[in-house]
Design a protein around this ligand. Sequence first.
Ligand SMILES: Cc1cc2nc3c(=O)[nH]c(=O)nc-3n(C[C@H](O)[C@H](O)[C@H](O)COP(=O)(O)OP(=O)(O)OC[C@H]3O[C@@H](n4cnc5c(N)ncnc54)[C@H](O)[C@@H]3O)c2cc1C
Length: 406
Amino acid sequence: MSICYLKTANNALHCDVIINGGGMVGLTLALLLAQADYSVIILETNIKTPIAPTSTEIPSDLRVVALTQATRQLFESLDIWQSIASKRLGTMENIKVWDQALSGSVFFSALEAKEPDLGVIVEQSVILHALQAALQHYPNVQTIYDTPLQAYQISADRLMATMQNNSILSAKLLVGCDGGQSWVRNFSAIAVKERSYDQLAIVATIQSERPHLNTAYQRFNATGVLALLPLSDPFTLSIVWSVETTLGQSLMMLSQEAFSQQLTQEVEAVLGTLTVMSKRIQFPLREQHATSYIGERVALVGDAAHVIHPLAGQGVNLGFLDAAVLADILVQATKKHRDIGYDYVLKRYQRSRRMHNQGMIYLMRAFKEGFTHTSPLLGLLRNKGLDWVDSHAWLKQFFIQKALGK
Ligand SMILES: Cc1cc2nc3c(=O)[nH]c(=O)nc-3n(C[C@H](O)[C@H](O)[C@H](O)COP(=O)(O)OP(=O)(O)OC[C@H]3O[C@@H](n4cnc5c(N)ncnc54)[C@H](O)[C@@H]3O)c2cc1C
């Protein structure tokens, strides 16, 4: 196992990989690399992120994510799945999707698909806690909080990075896991293709009058998409309501009571009266795709490389797969005594992930455009489309396999 060490010649802290950003994806990559015996430095600017790894009481988090089976398998292989699954895990056994204006609908069921479930809902703090707790066991990983990078340069066989307190870090590879506004991407001058969806997503926790029976609901109409995601308590759900920006802003101004009423109406009281239990938070929605996932001794992973619409709950699942693929490619390169920062090693990562993620970006764009378009013909098509999917078992199976990340 290699360990980070201070080299007296240039007073730089040496390691194999610097990970900029200790969010869900950055910590997953760190754990994958730690288990493969690499020395890793994680840099994280948000001092609020660490959660005492010994704490069993993790504060509840409004931000939840739907995880695919592929992500679950990854977490099982990292030995953190039990820790995640034991904390307020919501399970989707069924998903009902419908178009409000036109009454077309599809019902996906785990039973019908012969799967244990169609995905799980986890609070982000639970994932971060499990990763941070697991990383405590690896002396080859160091985390530095609140001292961001200000520059880096490439020397003969390493990357030398300067932090804002002028300390020097050196590594074979720098990985940007620093989210949609990635510093690494910007400093490396990697261009990003960007378009606003002209929507914002409102997130909150709600209670329902009737039990959710582990069913997720997703209602489309011309103004946006509203998802109700079942949490572990049978009467508690998380909402992600993606709506056109000006409508979203006026929904954010409503009182809790008025918002609850509007919400109940929007989903046609499918679970009886809905009541908002938490504050509401909003996220502007945009699509982003880095034109390259790699630079000289640099790789981008997770939202630093791609940001997609949350309507299919795939964003971070793609990021976890990026991390798994990159770690695997680095391990293979090391076995062949190759430098893990070399261009041809990093190109393998880009080839494996960029086209795949591009496909998901196009799919999300098509869904968003198709469902929010007001043209009567498109409306008819999407309505017929939903009913058609519902009546074809093989097509339902296809969508289920995609949603499970298979
Ligand atoms: C409303 C909504 C619902 C969503 N639901 C789902 C879902 O159900 N399923 C799903 O798969 N995805 C979902 N997503 C997408 C998911 O939240 C993101 O894909 C995920 O958070 C990306 O993780 P990340 O670690 O790549 O980036 P981030 O979560 O953005 O983490 C980046 C980290 O880097 C740190 N950082 C930033 N800049 C620096 C810097 N200069 N130096 C050091 N550290 C830095 C940040 O503090 C942060 O900790 C949803 C998104 C939204 C907005």
